[in-house]
Design a protein around this ligand. Structure first.
Ligand SMILES: Cc1ncc(COP(=O)(O)O)c(C=O)c1O
Length: 376
C-alpha cells in the first residue's frame, strides 16, 4: 500500500490513440481477491467462491516439486517445456509436436487469435460463451459473431448457420463458463462433420476433468475427421495450479508450428513446468478434487431447489444461479457476509450469479448467507 505522504511523479505523455477496436475493448474483470475484501471489511475469515479455483489447493506432489525447483530460479525456464511436453503427450496419446503450452490457457487462446485472425475476419461464438473469446477476437481487429444460446447452452446448429466466407474460427467452451453447460456428442459430431475444413474450431475444455456425463464429447477423439480442431485445456482447475499459469493446446503439428511462431520464447515459467509434471502423477489429488466437487455440487443443487432458486445444469466446478433480481445487490450483501461470488452482468446475464463449488463448510456458508439475505 502507498504511504499517504508518498511523493509521486505525474507522468505527462502525449496521448497516442490505439486502433479503434482496441480502444473499444472492455477489459476483463477478475473476481475480487479475498485479501482485498478482508482489508476493506477488517475481517479475517472471508471466503472466495468466485473464480472456479480448486478449493483443496494444489497437488501436494506439485508443491514438493516447486519447492525443490526454487533454487534454480536464476535460470530461464526450458522454452520448449521438453519434459512436460513429453509426459503430457504420452498421457494424451499424441506426439509432443501436437502440443503447445501457454501462460494459462488464456494465453494459448490469445495465441490462436494472433496466429490465425486479422482485421476483417469473423469468429463465431455463443452469446454467453467464455468472455475471453470476444476479447481476443476484437484485440486482433476481427469481429465476434454472436450466436444465441438455447437453455444457456451452445447451439451448434445456429453457430453453423452463422459461418460465412469471412469466418476464420469458431469458439466453443465445452463445458462453458459461466453457464456450466455442455454440448453433447450427437450435436458435436453433427457440427464437426459439416464445418468447412478451412475453419479453426477452438474447443475450450478447461473443465474437462470434472465432466462425468457419458454423452460428453472429448474433442481429442475426433481427430480422424481431419478438421482443424484446437483443443484447449488447463492446469488451473482440477490440478489446482491457477496461480502458476499453465494451459495448453492439442492440435495438428502444422497448426501448432504456426502458433509457436507467435509464442513468446519463455512464456511458461519453470515452477509451472515442474508442478504440472508432478500434478499429472497425483491421481489421488485429482480423484479427491473430483469427489469433493461432485458432493458440493449435489449439496448446492439440493439447497437451491429447496429455495426455489433456478440454476443451469452444471457439469463443472461452479453453478450459475438465477436470483430473479438485481444480482449486484445480492453480491454486495454477500460481500458484507464475507462471501465473494461472481456477478455475470458483463455476460448479459442480468439476474444471475456464478458460484464456485467450495469446501463443504464454504458451500454451507454460502447457503446460510443467501438464505438470510433472501428472507430479510
Ligand atoms: C472456459 C475457460 N477457459 C479458459 C479459462 C482460463 O483459464 P487459465 O488461463 O487459468 O488456464 C477459464 C478460466 O476460468 C475458463 O473458464
Amino acid at each position: 500500500m502507498l504511504r499517504p505522504d508518498a511523493k509521486l511523479l505525474t507522468l505527462e505523455v502525449p496521448v497516442i490513440k490505439p486502433n479503434e477496436y482496441v480502444r473499444d475493448l472492455i477489459p476483463y474483470v477478475p473476481g475480487k481477491p479475498v485479501e482485498e475484501l478482508e482489508r476493506e471489511l477488517g475481517i479475517r475469515d472471508a471466503i472466495k467462491i468466485a473464480s472456479n479455483e480448486n478449493p483443496l489447493g494444489p497437488s501436494p506432489l506439485a508443491l514438493r516439486a516447486v519447492s525443490e525447483a526454487l533454487a534454480k530460479l536464476n535460470r530461464y525456464p526450458d522454452g520448449d517445456a521438453f519434459y512436460l511436453k513429453h509426459k503430457l503427450a504420452e498421457r494424451l496419446g499424441v506426439n509432443p509436436g501436437n502440443l503447445i503450452f501457454g501462460n494459462g490457457s488464456n494465453e494459448v487462446i490469445e495465441i490462436v487469435a494472433r496466429t490465425f485472425m486479422k482485421p476483417g475476419d469473423e469468429a463465431v461464438m455463443g452469446e454467453f460463451a467464455f468472455i475471453v473469446f470476444p476479447i481476443v477476437t476484437q484485440a486482433v481487429g476481427a469481429k465476434a459473431i454472436i450466436s444465441p444460446m438455447l437453455d444457456l447452452t451452445h447451439n451448434l446448429r445456429d453457430i453453423f448457420e452463422r459461418i460465412t466466407p469471412r469466418t476464420k474460427a469458431v469458439f466453443i467452451a465445452n463445458p462453458n463458463n459461466p453457464t456450466g453447460t455442455i454440448v453433447k456428442k450427437e450435436e458435436f459430431e453433427w457440427f464437426l462433420e459439416r464445418v468447412p475444413e478451412d475453419i479453426i474450431i477452438v474447443v475450450d475444455e478447461a473443465y474437462f476433468d470434472y465432466v462425468e456425463d457419458p454423452d460428453y464429447p472429448n474433442s481429442l477423439d475426433y481427430r480422424r475427421l481431419g478438421k482443424s480442431v484446437i483443443t484447449v485445456r488447463t492446469f488451473s482447475k482440477i490440478y489446482g495450479l491457477a496461480g502458476l499459469r499453465l494451459g495448453f493446446c492439442v492440435s495438428s503439428e502444422e497448426i501448432i508450428s504456426y502458433m509457436n511462431r507467435v509464442r513468446e520464447p519463455f512464456n511458461v515459467n519453470s515452477l509451472a513446468q515442474v508442478a504440472a509434471i508432478a500434478a499429472l502423477d497425483d491421481k489421488a489429488h485429482v480423484a479427491r478434487s473430483r469427489a469433493i466437487n461432485r458432493e458440493g455440487l449435489e449439496y448446492l443443487s439440493r439447497e437451491l431447489r429447496k429455495m426455489y432458486l433456478p440454476f443451469a445444469p452444471s457439469f463443472t466446478n461452479f453453478i450459475l444461479v438465477d436470483l430473479g433480481t438485481d444480482p449486484i445487490i445480492v453480491y454486495n450483501a454477500l460481500l458484507r457476509e464475507g462471501v465473494i461470488v461472481r456477478p455475470v452482468i458483463n455476460y448479459g446475464l442480468k439476474t444471475h450469479i456464478r458460484v464456485t463449488i467450495g469446501l463443504p463448510e464454504e458451500n454451507e456458508r454460502f447457503i446460510s448467507s443467501i438464505k438470510k439475505l433472501l428472507s430479510s
